[in-house]
Write a protein that binds this ligand. Structure first.
Ligand code: NDP
Length: 323
C-alpha cells in the first residue's frame, strides 16, 4: 500500500481507503462488514470513511462494533464522519452546519462509533444559510475539545473552501485540510479544473468518492441490471434512471478493451485512473463483497501501466477532459 499526504496535514492516508455508504447497516450484515474492514486493514488501508447520515446512524454503529471486536491499535487507523443532513426532524437539526447542530452531532457519532475521537470530521455539504465563520469556529471547537483531529469539506465549491480557509486564517483557527469530492472517469470537472488553484496554492487535500460511479465503471451493468447490485436495491431508482445511462454504458464497453490490454479488470482500470491524479490523497472504495474489495485493492499495481499515451487514448473515449 502506498500512503499519501492528506493535504497540509501531518498525517498520511492509504491511497486506497474504504467507506461505509449503502453497505454498512443496510446492504451487508455486521459479520461481512467486519470481513471487509479486516481485508482492507490487512492490505494496508488505514482510513475508513463514514457519516452520521449513512443508514441513519446505523453505519456508524456497525463500524463501532467492528472496531471494538477487531481491537486494532487506535494509533494505526483513521476514522471519519460527516455532518450536514442530521438524524432528526425539526428546525436547526437538518440540512445545516449551525454550531448547535454540529456540537451535538459529534457526541452522537462518537457514541455510535464507540470512540473518544474521530480523526476527520467533514462538513458533508455547504450550508448557504449559516455564516461561514460560525461553521469554522464550530469545527475549531470540536478539534480543541479533542473530539476530532482534523476537519474537511465535502462537495463545497472552490469559493466556499477558500472562504473557510480565509476565515480560519483571519481568526487563527484550525483550517480545513481536505475535500471529499465526487471523482471518477465520468465526473471530473470540479476536481481537475475548479480545484486546480486550491491544490496548487493551498495544497488542499482530496479524498474522493464513488470512484466506480456506484459500480457502473466495473462493467457490471454492461448487459443490464444484476438483481444483486446496488442499482437493484430499493431506494436507488435514481441510479437506474440517471446514473446508468445508455451513453455511459456505451463508454464503459469501449473501455473494456483497455483493461484487457493492460491485463487488469475494468474496475481496476477505473480506480487506477483516479489514483493517477496526484492531487488525490485517497480514493475511497466501496464494496458489498470481499472479492470485490480484493479486486479493487489490486488497482495500485495498474497505475504504472497508465502511460501518457494510454491516458490520452482513454481521454479520447471519455471525451470529457476539462479544458
Ligand atoms: P463505488 O463507486 O466504487 O461503488 C461501490 C459499489 O460498486 C459497491 O458497493 C458494489 O456495489 C460495486 N462494486 C465495487 N467494486 C466492484 C467490483 N470490483 N465489481 C463489481 N461491482 C463492484 O463507491 P461508493 O459509491 O460506494 O463510494 C465509496 C465511498 O465514498 C462510500 O462508502 C462513502 O464512504 C464515500 N462517499 C461519500 C460521499 C460524499 O458525499 N462525501 C457520497 C458517496 C460516497 P454492488 O455490489 O451492490 O453492486
Amino acid at each position: 500500500m502506498n500512503y499519501r499526504r492528506l493535504g497540509t496535514a501531518g498525517i498520511q492516508v492509504s491511497e486506497l481507503s474504504f467507506g461505509a455508504w449503502v453497505t454498512f447497516g443496510q446492504q451487508v450484515g455486521e459479520p461481512l462488514a467486519e470481513r471487509l474492514m479486516q481485508t482492507a486493514y490487512d492490505a494496508g488501508v488505514n482510513f475508513f470513511d463514514n457519516a452520521e447520515s449513512y443508514a441513519s446512524g446505523n453505519a456508524e454503529t456497525v463500524m463501532g462494533n467492528v472496531l471494538k471486536r477487531v481491537g486494532w491499535r487506535r494509533e494505526a487507523f483513521l476514522i471519519s464522519t460527516k455532518f450536514y443532513w442530521g438524524l432528526r426532524e425539526g428546525v436547526n437539526q437538518k440540512n445545516t452546519l449551525n454550531r448547535k447542530y454540529l456540537l451535538n452531532a459529534i457526541n452522537g457519532s462518537l457514541q455510535r462509533l464507540q470512540l473518544d475521537y474521530v480523526d476527520l470530521v467533514f462538513c458533508h455539504r455547504p450550508d448557504p444559510y449559516t455564516p461561514i465563520e460560525e461553521t469554522v469556529w464550530a469545527m475549531h471547537n470540536l478539534i480543541e475539545a479533542g473530539k476530532a483531529l482534523y476537519w474537511g469539506t465535502s462537495e463545497w465549491s472552490a469559493y466556499e473552501i477558500a472562504s473557510a480557509l480565509y476565515s480560519a486564517d483571519k481568526h487563527h483557527l484550525h483550517k480545513p485540510v481536505t475535500e471529499q469530492s465526487h471523482y471518477n472517469m465520468f465526473t471530473r470537472e470540479r476536481v481537475e479544473k475548479e480545484y486546480a488553484r486550491l491544490f496548487r496554492e493551498h495544497h488542499y487535500g482530496d479524498v474522493t468518492w464513488s470512484p466506480l460511479a456506484s459500480g457502473l465503471l466495473s462493467g457490471k451493468y454492461n448487459e443490464g441490471i444484476p438483481t444483486d447490485s446496488r442499482a437493484a436495491q430499493p431506494g436507488y431508482e435514481w441510479l437506474r434512471e440517471s446514473g446508468i445511462t445508455p451513453a455511459r454504458v456505451d463508454r464503459v464497453k469501449q473501455l473494456v478493451p483497455f483493461a484487457k490490454e493492460l491485463g487488469c479488470s475494468m474496475a481496476q482500470l477505473a480506480l487506477a485512473w483516479c489514483l493517477k491524479n496526484q492531487n488525490i490523497s485517497s480514493v475511497i472504495l466501496g464494496a458489498s463483497r470481499v472479492e470485490q474489495l480484493q479486486e479493487n485493492l489490486g488497482a495500485a499495481q495498474v497505475v504504472a501501466k497508465l502511460t501518457p499515451e494510454v491516458m490520452g487514448r482513454i481521454d479520447a473515449v471519455l471525451g470529457n477532459k476539462p479544458q
